[in-house]
Ligand binder design. Structure first.
Ligand code: IMP
Ligand code: MG
Length: 181
């Protein structure tokens, strides 16, 4: 069975995603010219977006990765566990956190707090997708690719049960996939 059978509809096509990366990259290049940019990506969902966005950023930058997981049963409190920390010392860096999707915002607000304690020069957030309807934490992204309705999406790095990350577009997960579970 093809992955495509599990896509209810396309929310952001390959062409649109390409344009989003171009536009965001242009803004970020302007804003970070002459600064000490460190692009931080949150594994694993953001890697596809990060890879495309990076090639649209034309000023000097470094990259690093973090992996986090929600403590089981406490997702609503936004307490996350760091599974892989940054390699770089962020003191004095202008951090740009790159995320796949900002949903409740609990993960990112916790992550931002952790990084705020490390003496970075600045911290901003760039998210490919924003689902503002479901926000629980008081957090906003500084750069947003696309605002989407409160639906479960897959592709372009985003997964359902670790599947569909390799779809080249963002689509809504078909109901039959999780109805069977
Ligand atoms: P938050 O803490 O609720 O903002 O959750 C953020 C994380 O949940 C994202 O980085 C994704 O990994 C995951 N997530 C939230 N919504 C979706 C979705 O629609 N599809 C796939 N993953 C999602
Ligand atoms: Mg994620």
């Amino acid at each position: 069975m093809s992955m495509l059978n599990d896509v209810a509809c396309v929310l952001a096509s390959q062409e649109e995603l390409k344009q989003i990366c171009k536009d965001l990259g242009e803004q970020i290049t302007k804003d970070y010219e002459g600064k000490n940019l460190l692009v931080v990506s949150v594994l694993k969902g953001a890697v596809v977006f990060m890879a495309d966005l990076l090639r649209e950023i034309k000023c000097d930058c470094r990259i690093d990765f973090m992996a986090v997981s929600s403590y089981s049963g406490t997702k609503t409190t936004g307490v996350v566990k760091i599974k892989k920390d940054l390699d770089v010392d962020v003191a004095g860096c202008d951090i740009l956190i790159v995320e796949d999707i900002l949903d409740s915002g609990l993960t990112l607000s916790y992550l931002k707090k952790i990084l705020e304690d490390r003496n970075a020069a600045s911290i901003k957030i760039c998210t490919l997708l924003d689902k503002p309807e479901n926000r629980k934490a008081d957090i906003k992204a500084d750069y947003i690719g696309k605002v989407i309705p409160d639906e479960f999406v897959i592709g372009y790095g985003l997964d359902y049960d670790e599947k569909y990350r390799n779809l080249p577009f963002v689509g809504v997960l078909a109901e039959h996939v999780y109805a069977d579970k």
